[in-house]
Design a binder for this molecule. Sequence first.
Ligand code: DGT
Ligand code: CA
Ligand code: CA
Ligand code: ZN
Length: 575
Amino acid sequence: MNNEKISRYLSQLADLLEFTGANSFRLRAYRNGSRIIKELPESIAGMIEADQDLTKLDGIGKGVAEKCHELVGTGRLKQLDEILETVPKTVLDLLNVPKLGPKKCAALFNELGIQSLDQLKAACEAQQVRLLSGFGAKTEEAILQGIAIAVLANERILWAHADKIAKDLGKHMSSCAAIRQSEFAGSYRRGKETVGDLDLLVDSDDSQTVMDHFGKYQEITSVIVRGDTKMSVRLENEFQVDLRVVPQESFGAALQYFTGSKDHNVLIRGRAKQMGLKVNEWGVFEVNDSDDRRVAGTTEIEVYESLDLPYFPPEIREARRELDWAERSELPKLIELADIQGDLHMHTTATDGKASIEEMADAARALGLNYIAITDHSQRVSMANGLTPERLLEQWNKIDQINAECGDNFVILKGIECDILEAGGMDLPDEVLAQGDFIIASIHYGQNQPRQQITDRIIGAIENPHVSMVAHPTGRLLNKREAYDVDIDAVFQAAKANHKLVELNANPIRLDLNDIHLLAAKTHGIPVVINTDAHRTQGLSNMRYGIKQARRGCLTAADVANTLPLAEFLKTFNH
Ligand code: DGT
Ligand code: CA
Ligand code: CA
Ligand code: ZN
C-alpha cells in the first residue's frame, strides 16, 4: 500500500461521500489528506510500521490517520465498500466531465438518478438537466460537450501514467527466469500522449511460466482472456495490459508489428509486397508457391533492413513522412534529453510555485542544465498571487544578485509569464517588460472566446516587441479540457514574421503543442522551446515527456532553441 494508492482511496472516498450527502467537513479532510499524502516524501506504510504518529504530519488529522491505518492493515476501506453497495462506481466517471464538480455530480445522481456518462448524455439531450437548480441551458450544453472528453478519459491514460505502470510491471516481470527479453510495444513505445492499453511482448520458449508469473502481478484485478501464448488482464484502475509470448526468431518481427502504428505497418507491408516479400508478426518471408522462406525476424533492425529501410525510431512510426524521408535518406536525427541546455519556463514561491529561485536553480544545475528563466505569473493571475510591476522588479533585482554571487557558468534569466489580457494586450507595461531577459506571453482567462478574438490576442502578444515566446499555445489539458479555438496556422505565421518562439510545454497533462503542430512548426522553420513549466524542483524532470513529444513531432536538436548555448540563444532570441 504505497502513498499513491492511499491518496487514491481517500479521494475516491471523498468523492463518493459527496454522493451520499455526507458532511462537508469530513469530505474536505479526506480530500486534503489525499493531496498531502500524494506528495509526501516519506512512506505512510513505513511510518505506520515504525509506529510513528501520522497526525504529527501537517494537515493529517485523526480521521485521515485512522483510514491510513485501516488501508495499510487490511488493504481496503470498509466505509468505501459500504457506500459502493448503494452508489455505483460508474458515478465517478461523471467527475471526469470538465466543469462538473462533485457537488453538481451528486445533484445529478440524487435528483435525476444519473449513474453513468451514457445516462448523463441522454438526460442532457432530453433537456432535463437544465431544469435542476444551479444548472441551466448553457451548463447543459457545456456538459454535453464535455462528455466526449470524459469518455476518452475513461479509455486512455496519460503517457506518464502508462510509463509508471510499465516500469512497475517491468520490474515484476524481470524476476521471471523464463524470459529472454521483453519490451512494451504499442502506442506506449511510440510515446503517444495518451495510451489506450499496454502491449507487453516477451521472448521465451516457456509461455505458460511467463503467463503464470504475469498473472501474479499484484495490480491485476481480473484476467480477461488467457490462451496458449496470449493473455489480457485488467488492472485496478480498469487499465488493460495485453501480453504476448513469442519465440526468439520472431521477437523483432513481433516488436515491429505490435509497435505499430497500424498505418505505418500498412505502408511497410505494401513495400514488402512490391519486393516480393511478406511481413507479419512472425517474420519477413520470401513468398514461394511451395514454402515461404524466412529472411528476417529476430531483431527489428533486421526486419527493416530486409526491406531496404533504415531503423525508424518508434515515435515517428505514424505514416506521416517517415517513408519519404527514408527513401531520400533524410530521416531526421531526433532530439534527445541530453541536447537540452536550458529550461525557460518555471515558477517559484513568489507566485504558485513551491520552491525558491535558489532551489529551482540548484535543481536545474544538478540536472546538467546551463541556464534557466524564472517566469512567475503576472498580476492579473490573482489566484496564483501574480506579480505586480513592483514585486517583479524586486524579484529581478534578486536574480541579478544571485547571478553575481554564484559566479559559475550557470545563469538565471529574468523572466515573467505575462498574461495576455482578455481584451487583448499585455498584463504589464512595456517599460517593465523591457527590463527582463525572457518574456513569455500566455492566456489564462477568456479561453472560450471565439476563434478570431482569441487568435488576435495571441498574435497581438507575439507582435509585442518585448515578448520572446508564447507558452502552451493551444491551452488544452489532456483528458480535461479542449484546446482554445485558435487558428494555430495564423499564430505560426505571426511567430515566423516576428521571429518569435513557440513553446512545447512538457507538463504531461499539457504536451502543448501537440505532435502535428510540432511537425508543422518544423516545416515552417519556426523554432520551438521545450519547457517544463515546473512549479516545484521535481517538476524540472518533466523535460523527458517534452522530449518524447518533440520526437513524435520529428524535431531534431536544431529545431529546438533551448539546445543552444546561452550566448547563442540570447543573440538569436533576446527581444
Ligand atoms: P492504443 O492502445 O489505442 O493506445 O494504440 P496502439 O497503437 O497500442 O494499438 P493496439 O494496442 O490496439 O495495438 C498495438 C499495435 O499492434 C498497433 O499499433 C498495431 C498492431 N496491430 C494491432 N491490431 C492490428 C491490426 O488489426 N492490424 C494491423 N496491421 N496491426 C495491428
Ligand atoms: Ca496499446
Ligand atoms: Ca493492445
Ligand atoms: Zn507557467
